[in-house]
Design a protein around this ligand. Structure first.
Ligand code: F6P
Length: 487
């Protein structure tokens, strides 16, 4: 008999579709979440899909406690027609799992961010963090096991939940389990900075899934290499045009899929022409006063390589003085992960270099750089519309949706300077100007080429970039994975 009280489709991610803030009087304000993962999954909007996520702060925890079993939709919160279960995980456990393991160890590993003479260090502190990470993953697995109907499909998202597929399979072998990684996968040599026991746990965690998805073939191959080298697993190359890889280990096979999340054209075009965006566009136009614009929009994130981007802009102004008083760099660097010292230091470095650039070049009538650090989506869209050049230069990035959103929203065409290390590069390379993200002089030269690109060429390239960027819109991206899991 069908079980109507439990879900047929479930999604799990650390950050959910909503978060809360609380006023001094105890009232809670709900805000829709941002970021690549949430944008991708927000297309679901199906009341029969249960989305399991973590409470990220005290206000979230209060909301979760006020809801029966953490079900926000049953606790009187308007979560946009979705069923959301928010897990109230012990704050200390959450902190060690999220900041200690997910955002320090795993994020640093997969984005190649370690300064290896001093980090990583796997000592007693790291071991305690790992234990917390196991409990945090177990809490997700238990919640999913409780919510899922027999044979349900569960789509587990991202590096925070890397252990969940295997834990969930143990609890509920009847489920169809998918895993999707939104960030890159480290090359095998680098991955093996992890102690062997942890490396094995990460890989076997993912291999608990029936299907594991990545944004690009490159990340899927890196994962397969790690499975081969660390676990001695067997890698099978599939026949057919897609040549899908599979990993066979201890009698089970996990298929690896490539699903390149695209930009949501309908949403973006509609949102980018609302009054609040028009207002901000007018303000930006006034601020740049007829100069050409180089735009970047990122979280202030080490992997986004903002400092080298600023160095490249400085080099452009030094080496090609003809651009002085003719170009403005608009850099939106929104706050992120300020609990981590590395991020606080990086934020300070971004501010310092911005000030140095202003000091070196500003004149009475020209500000070379506009740096904004308060998150404002409408203002980002305004900058996308205005941009002559978009700079997207990450050290590594699973996808990078900014590179895909700018061409969709651009008013008059925008040249895209794009790191070869962004996942988006796999689809956008033909019409972007590719850069090595470590090469500051090369990046400055690409900015110059972008600024001097003829208008017609820029418009043609932008149209092709927009078509490539929207090839797999979020809803299709999600439904394709669900269909493959159900097949
Ligand atoms: O997949 C990476 C990701 O989780 C994205 O959803 C988002 O861009 C970013 O990292 C957000 O990170 P956090 O949830 O730590 O703010």
């Amino acid at each position: 008999m069908a079980d109507h009280t439990r879900a047929r489709v479930l999604v799990a991610s650390n950050r959910g579709p909503v978060s809360f803030s609380s006023a001094p009087d105890g009232s809670l304000t709900l805000k829709r979440g941002g970021g690549g993962l949430v944008s991708g999954l927000s297309a679901i909007e199906d009341p029969n899909t249960v989305w399991v996520c973590a409470a990220l702060g005290e206000a979230d925890r209060t909301a979760a406690r006020r809801s029966p079993q953490g079900r926000l939709d049953q606790g009187g919160f308007d979560v946009g027609g979705q069923a959301v279960r928010m897990l109230d995980i012990d704050p200390e456990v959450f902190d060690q799992a999220y900041n200690g393991v997910a955002n320090s160890t795993l994020w640093f590993l997969h984005h190649l961010l370690y300064n290896t003479p001093t980090a990583p260090v796997f000592d007693a502190t790291a071991a305690a963090q790992w234990t917390a990470f196991e409990s945090y993953n177990a809490a997700f697995a238990q919640a999913l096991a409780a919510e899922a109907a027999p044979g349900a499909a569960v789509l587990v998202q991202d590096y925070h939940l890397t252990l969940v597929p295997a834990l969930l399979r143990e609890l509920r072998p009847d489920l169809r389990i998918g895993y999707f990684l939104h960030i890159p996968w480290a090359p095998a040599d680098y991955f093996q900075l992890l102690p062997e026991e942890l490396a094995r746990a990460v890989l076997t965690g993912v291999l608990g899934a029936d299907r594991a998805g990545f944004h690009t073939r490159r990340w899927a191959e890196a994962f397969a290499d790690c499975c081969e080298q660390v676990l001695d697993a067997k890698i099978i190359s599939g026949a057919g045009a897609r040549n899908e890889l599979s990993v066979s280990y201890q009698g089970r096979t996990t298929k690896l899929g490539v699903h390149a999340l695209g930009a949501d054209a309908d949403f973006l075009r509609e949102r980018a022409h609302r009054a609040d965006v028009d207002e901000r566009l007018a303000a930006l136009r006034e601020a740049v006063g007829g100069c050409r614009t180089i735009v970047r929009v990122d979280r202030t994130e080490l992997s986004k390589n903002i400092v080298r981007g600023l160095q490249a802009y400085r080099h452009l102004l030094r080496s090609r003085p003809q651009w002085r008083e003719r170009v403005v760099h608009i850099a939106f660097a929104y706050p992120s992960r300020q609990d981590l010292a590395e991020y606080r230091d990086y934020t300070a470095a971004v501010r310092r270099l911005s000030e140095e650039i202003t000091e070196e070049f500003a004149t009475d009538s020209w500000q070379p750089l506009i740096l904004q650090v308060e998150d404002d989506f409408a203002r980002s869209l305004a900058a996308y519309r205005l941009a002559d050049v978009a700079l997207v230069n990450p050290i590594r990035d699973g996808m990078n949706l900014v590179a895909k959103e700018v061409p969709v929203v651009s008013d008059a065409g925008c040249a895209l300077v794009l790191s070869r290390e962004a996942g988006a590069h796999a689809e956008l390379a033909d019409d972007a100007l590719s850069i090595n993200p470590y090469d500051v002089i090369g990046t400055a030269e690409a900015l110059h080429r972008a600024l001097t690109m003829p208008t017609a060429e820029r418009a043609e390239r932008t149209a092709r970039l927009a078509a490539a960027a929207t090839a797999l819109p979020p809803q299709q991206w999600f439904l394709a994975q669900l269909a493959e899991l159900s097949a």
